[in-house]
Design a protein around this ligand. Structure first.
Ligand SMILES: Cc1ncc(COP(=O)(O)O)c(C=O)c1O
Length: 336
């Protein structure tokens, strides 16, 4: 077993010993290289450290039974990274180059891809490296693009425990125009309210519902599910357009569910939760069932309080495609 393999390691805590790096300087991206994962030397005046010019991505590569390693929806993640860079006025990664960086890194880390339900989690990171502490309103002319890889194992190794979620109508996860951007500052912004809620209510996460409209949690999209039906917020700038969300909705439509994407409020969600299911979607867990919603100090059980059958069914359908047990009928997988 390679040194990076430790199935007990918490998600994201282990990295492979290789990373891919490209630098943007003098108006152009340089060639990337693959080097030993380790500290970078950088000036304390770089733009990202002061003005938050950084964004990242997260997705997985899976080891399939035929021995190949395949990356899930690489094109969508590259496009979302480019969109994040654009929103933050950072040098936009070149699509083919970032794709090549990911594929090369996965190829070089082949040995480190765990067996399903494990995967190799991939984390491209882009940040502004211009050295100037007077650049609050000036974009970074220089940037570094790095792809890290992290072997991850079964997210639900301890069983699929239903989540307890605080419904928060007062806080915002982040600035409304940046919800769609995968930037570090959004996670920093959600940290305070999330830790406070964990402490006060013993919840796992906060479901941000500013103005009473159901949005998303700190790191996952939110879906209401019941037999033959899925309801989730329609896409706008206020929340991250999850690739898992999109994949689940595509699958659900094909499986005969009626999928509704629209704005909905807290009362409708609580009504749905009386007999239906609720779940969080994202790369890490794919789909995690919500068992309890805490609203204004009152705990509401979602369905019978356990992970629901429709949630399990949808999750299993997507996991089967990712792991290569079901046909890749939407062309979602890229061989590394
Ligand atoms: C804020 C937020 N929402 C939603 C998601 C789910 O996105 P995806 O399904 O692309 O992983 C994530 C995770 O990346 C996230 O950080």
């Amino acid at each position: 077993m390679p040194p990076t393999m430790n199935p007990k390691a918490p998600f994201g805590s282990l990295l492979t010993d290789k990373m891919a790096v490209a630098e943007y300087r003098d108006g152009a991206w340089g060639e990337f290289d693959v080097r030993v994962t380790g500290p970078l030397e950088m000036h304390p005046a770089i733009h990202a450290l002061h003005y938050g010019s950084s964004c990242f991505e997260g997705f997985k590569a899976y080891r399939h039974a035929d021995g190949q390693v395949r990356i899930f929806r690489l094109d969508r993640h590259v496009a979302r990274m480019q969109q994040s860079a654009q929103a933050l006025v950072l040098p936009v990664p070149d699509g083919p180059q970032l794709t090549a960086m990911v594929r090369t890194l996965v190829d070089r880390c082949r040995e480190d891809v765990p067996e399903p339900p494990g995967a190799l989690y991939l984390r491209p990171l882009l940040f502004g490296t211009m050295e100037n502490i007077g650049a609050a309103a000036t974009p970074s002319t220089d940037a570094l693009l790095i792809v890290l890889a992290s072997p991850v194992w079964d997210y639900f190794a301890g069983g699929m425990k239903p989540l307890k979620i605080l419904v928060d109508e007062k806080s915002q996860r982040c600035a409304p125009h940046l919800g769609v951007v995968k930037t570090g500052g959004n996670y920093a912004a959600a940290m305070g309210p999330t830790l406070a809620a964990k402490k006060q209510y013993g919840v796992d996460q906060v479901l941000f519902c500013p103005g009473g409209e159901v949005q998303e949690t700190g790191a996952a999209n939110f879906l209401l599910i019941r037999k033959g039906q899925v309801l989730t917020r329609s896409l706008d700038s206020t929340f991250l357009h999850g690739v898992t969300r999109d994949s689940l909705l595509t699958l659900a439509r094909d499986m005969g569910y009626q999928v509704e994407e629209r704005v909905f409020g807290v009362p409708e969600m609580l009504e749905w939760a009386r007999t239906g299911e609720a779940a969080l979607s994202g790369t890490a867990a794919v789909l995690a069932g919500v068992g309890t919603l805490v609203h204004e100090g009152v705990a509401y059980k979602v369905g019978d309080g356990d992970v629901g059958p429709e949630t399990r069914r949808l999750r299993a359908a997507l996991v089967a495609i990712q792991g290569g047990q079901a046909a890749d009928r939407y062309g979602w997988l890229t061989t590394a």
